[in-house]
Ligand binder design. Structure first.
Ligand code: HH2
Length: 268
């Protein structure tokens, strides 16, 4: 049994939904990244623009100035894998030059017509995530006839676009995009049928950490930081169904949950 890798989130933003503003300062961001690595993160996901519904867009130069110093500093002292959470090819390019290994794109290389070619040229790994609509409107009225099959069809389309531009299939990762243009029941259906994505053979990244659908199940979990229990439950569910990576804010607790889960299986 293979345990998923744990990807710790470092948002260098003033407005991310769960930790906005905490790590905008460069030294605070580096201290947080160091802490996540010490807690057992296999990867660090660095973001300089919030994707929460209604977040303010960030100019390219500003986004680069938020993420590049952090990536350079982490790369200078650690071999941890680094991913850059951005839609912008210029930011991905600067991040890879600074030492990032994976371009985590919530628009699945769809934000700019240049994105697929830039991903091919950079030669880095690429995460293609599904989102219905865009961050400013995605939660206003998301609709699907069959969410699992529609997300799957989108994935196939984006894999083809990446491959046509020259991105190697061996470098592609998929993510169903929990919370991105989805109602609570859509998120639950995607989690229930995570095997559908895993069976494609592409590694699957799962981001459930502190997300709003948890509040739809436990209405007392009003604040993002109140959603640790739900995050761990959904993360372990994903691990059991073959997710390759769990994208999380609470690294220590996730690593512990995975270790206990693995130990129980080993004993059975
Ligand atoms: N979720 C968020 C951001 N990026 N990338 C992937 N691949 N999968 C996800 O589920 C995902 C993601 C949203 O979380 P967060 O980064 O904490 O908040 P914000 O977008 O407000 O910065």
């Amino acid at each position: 049994m293979t345990l998923p890798l744990v990807m710790g989130v470092v948002n260098v933003t003033p407005d991310s939904f769960s930790d906005g503003g905490r790590f905008l300062d460069a030294s605070a961001a580096l201290a947080h990244a160091r802490r996540l690595i010490a807690e057992g993160a296999d990867m660090i996901d660095v973001g300089g623009e919030s994707t929460r519904p209604g977040a303010d867009p960030v100019a390219e130069a500003e986004e680069i100035s938020r993420v590049v110093p952090l990536i350079r500093a982490v790369r200078g002292e650690s071999r941890v894998r680094i991913s850059i959470d951005t839609m912008k090819p210029a930011v991905a390019r600067a991040a890879v030059a600074a030492g990032a290994d994976l371009w985590n794109d919530i628009t699945a290389l769809g934000w700019s017509p240049d994105s697929p070619a830039v991903a091919a040229e950079l030669g880095c790994e690429v995460c293609l995530m599904h989102m219905q609509g865009d961050p400013s409107t995605m939660q206003s009225d998301p609709r699907y006839d069959d969410v699992v099959e529609e997300v799957m069809a989108f994935m196939i389309d984006r894999i083809r676009a990446a491959a046509a531009a020259g991105v190697s299939g061996a470098r592609i990762w998929l993510d169903p995009g929990i919370g991105f243009g989805k109602r609570p029941e859509h998120n639950l259906q995607l989690l229930r049928r995570l095997d559908r994505f895993v069976e494609t053979g592409f590694p699957v990244i799962l981001g459930v950490s502190r997300k709003r659908f948890i509040r739809s199940i436990d209405e007392t979990a009003v604040e993002a930081a109140d959603r640790l229990g739900g995050s761990l439950a959904a993360g372990l569910w994903g691990a059991a169904r073959g997710a390759a990576v769990l994208r999380v804010h609470d690294v220590r607790e996730t690593v512990q949950a995975l270790k206990v889960w693995a130990a129980i299986q080993g004993a059975s």
